[in-house]
Design a binder for this molecule. Structure first.
Ligand code: SAM
Length: 291
């Protein structure tokens, strides 16, 4: 089905109408499908969770290379189409659900003996970040995610300090996983064509988060506060963006204590530096509360 003619034939046969609200851009390029499968390093041992199978184009590839595939599709008008296009693949289960509501740990338990699953998707772009961060933060057993996202989002996930695309998303993703951009994909590889370029990115989950930190939530609150006011110095970002029981001078001393210049901006800090600052703050909060 990975060509425009066949995709259009299936769509017409079922009188299917694309729904913009579901981010429906179907892949029509077999080279891109092969790149996704290769980047995901699928083997016959793997249980794959596909998010948003559409008319099943990528799903057929996954079914061929993996042991089992569960494909979660929100749009019920696609279900009869998937029954048809995936009819010859007994190792595929289609689940008509919103991925944000699926119990992935339960699915991995039932279908994969609790072992980690590989997530693969041409993601609906309107919920890229909630899907990816939801999968990380729920601590569901996921080995890797190989996903098509907007080009710009892929870049932001991979960036290091000092770049304009470096931000809260880079730090959150890199805390949990190692990003690798496997392909850039132009709009003409989809029907209908998206308005922006896309990229396939693989996020291989670290066995342990990339840095050890006393209070994960405090570190991410710190990161958000620093990048919400990107042009401000770190000390101002923290003083204005968080309700901390410290004066600006005290915050400045903690920052200086880490060997950072007083006027440093959050965008210059690495994940390890945010973790050290978070630990320092967490200790100081503990001392204040007499712990
Ligand atoms: N995998 C197909 C392909 O590559 O041709 C379709 C990809 S299309 C970009 C995204 C798919 O995700 C659509 O089929 C859409 O209906 C589905 N989708 C959108 N929101 C979803 C959600 N919350 N849960 C599950 N599927 C969703």
């Amino acid at each position: 089905m990975a060509d425009p003619g066949e995709t259009l034939r299936v769509i017409r046969k079922y009188g299917f109408h694309f729904q913009k609200k579901y981010g429906q851009n179907f892949l029509i390029d077999s080279h891109v499908l092969e790149k996704i499968v290769r980047a995901a390093q699928i083997t016959k041992d793997d249980f794959v969770l596909e998010i948003g199978p559409g008319i099943g184009t990528l799903t057929q590839y996954l079914a061929f290379y993996a042991r089992r595939v569960a494909a979660v599709e929100i749009d019920k008008s696609l279900i009869p189409i998937l029954e048809d296009t995936l009819g010859e693949y007994p190792n595929v289960t289609v689940i008509n659900e919103d991925i944000l509501k699926v119990d992935i740990a339960g699915l991995a338990e039932r279908e994969n003996g609790g072992r980690p699953v590989k997530v693969i998707a041409n993601l609906p772009y309107y919920i890229t970040t909630p899907i990816i961060m939801g999968l990380f933060e729920s601590h569901a057993p996921v080995e890797s995610m190989t996903v098509m996202v907007q080009n710009e989002v892929a870049r932001r996930m991979k960036e290091q300090p000092g770049s304009k695309d470096y931000g809260a998303l880079s730090l959150a993703v890199q805390y949990y996983a190692e990003p690798y951009i496997a392909a850039n994909v132009p709009p003409n590889c989809f029907i209908p064509r998206p308005t922006v370029g896309s990229a396939v990115i693989r996020l291989k989950k670290h066995p342990q988060p990339a840095v050890a930190v006393r209070d994960e939530q405090l570190m991410f609150a710190l990161i958000r506060a620093s990048f919400n006011q990107r042009r401000k110095t770190l000390v101002n970002g923290l003083a204005n963006g968080m309700e901390l029981p410290f004066t600006k001078e005290q915050l400045g001393e903690m920052i200086a204590g880490l060997g950072l210049p007083a006027a440093v901006r959050g965008e210059a800090l690495s994940l390890a530096q945010f973790a050290r600052l978070s630990d320092r703050l967490s200790e100081a909060l503990g001392e204040k509360q007499g712990r």
